[in-house]
Unconditional design. Sequence first.
Length: 261
Amino acid sequence: MRIARFSIDGNVAFGAVEGDKPDELVLDIIKGIPFADFELSGTKVPLSKVRLLPPVLPNKVVAFGRNYAEHARELGNEVPAAPFAFFKPSTAVIGPGDAIQYPSFTEDLQHEAELAVVIGRMCREVPRERVADVVLGYTCALDVTARDVQRREKQWARAKGFDTSCPLGPWVETDLSLQDAKDLTIQLTVNGEQRQLGRTSEMIHSIEDLVVNISEAMTLLPGDVILTGTPAGVGPLHVGDEVAVTIEGIGTLTNKVVKRG
Ligand code: MG
């Protein structure tokens, strides 16, 4: 099931996305929330009539760095022996179609396309064999990065945590198994031109490794998001660019870059 979060007439709801043709998608409104048992209401609205929101409102986004060897090398970094995580705050999250605001303190804004894992239940110290049980599904993410600031500052709070630096969406795909998620094509285009192309099978540390690693340290809550690293091909974004992340079996997340007003 593809679970979207959306607003219509000032109300916010979750819905199951039905249909195949992009122009003919319909939302069956969910009664309740997708983190517990829920029912479909049978009340349907065309997707074109609503505004899609970030598919979840995470308490925290935990992002892992340098998890694809070729990407680590392209920035002149060693491949880390163990996973290493940083945070993107909840205020960084935006939804499909929302604007990425180019901050004033950087001159080198860059794109990083990533598979996002959405946590479905409260958990801590998750054993490897239980990882699939705590995952609600998967969505597309963009780890927007102020590369010059990242190079200059030891902690990445500003470089990767500024407002609008974490587009998520367009929805959470819950039908992909953990095995499926480990071999998907991930692609990023800027103004229709391909910049990044990789497969999630190229991750150095697997989805299980990442969930085990972070849940060893902290409680994960329903709706929390784990970013799994980016394949090679990262590069600059400019005001006016349209950037799109497409992940096989999930969908496409599109955002436009604007000047921060
Ligand atoms: Mg990243």
